[in-house]
Design a protein around this ligand. Structure first.
Ligand code: S3P
Length: 169
């Protein structure tokens, strides 16, 4: 199986699906947020607070560029905003097959309603933020991905099984 890049909104399951896929395929698991946190010695929230969102987006871009020359078989869990920056969809496709884990506002809200770690969700009504951001981002997710997998109502196991059987992977 080729390398895979998982994209989608915050809470769409990129990290948990990535972990399970890596276990099943033996690929190297990389979580973009965690890798950036490790490299910077700061949490994502701290990076947003001290350097601002634009600086974080630059770190995401540089991280993707680094991965493009990585020869290993990889499962990458991208950050939710990674596919939006110009050039990143192409960079992600250089890393592997891009899979969009699509979820509805209801599903995302259920998973994110108690979140305190994601800076973009902390100011205002969470459901409204999710709804607005998802609407804006959906076209970018859809066009960046080679595979779109709807995850609503599916267990982690079902999502992973579907991916493992996918003819494009
Ligand atoms: C973000 C998603 C987060 C993280 C940061 C910004 C976004 O990653 O990169 O908080 O813009 O959607 P997850 O999608 O892994 O939560």
């Amino acid at each position: 199986m080729n390398s895979i890049v998982l994209i989608g909104f915050m809470g769409s399951g990129k990290s948990s699906v990535g972990r399970e896929l890596a276990k099943r395929t033996g690929h190297v698991l990389l979580d973009a947020d965690s890798e950036i946190e490790k490299a910077q010695g700061k949490s994502i929230s701290e990076i947003f607070q001290t350097q601002g969102e634009a600086a974080f987006r630059q770190l995401e871009r540089e991280y993707l560029e680094q991965l493009a020359v990585d020869q290993r078989r990889i499962i990458l869990s991208a950050g939710g905003g990674m596919p939006l920056a110009p050039g990143n969809p192409e960079r992600m496709q250089r890393v592997g097959t891009v899979v969009y884990l699509k979820a509805s506002v209801d599903t995302l809200y259920e998973r994110l309603k108690y979140d305190t770690q994601r800076p973009l969700l902390q100011q205002g009504d969470k459901r409204e933020i999710i709804c607005n951001l998802l609407q804006k981002r959906e076209p970018s997710y859809a066009s960046a991905a080679q595979i779109c997998l709807v995850t609503d109502g599916k267990s982690l196991f079902q999502v992973v099984e579907e991916l493992l059987k996918h003819p494009l992977l």
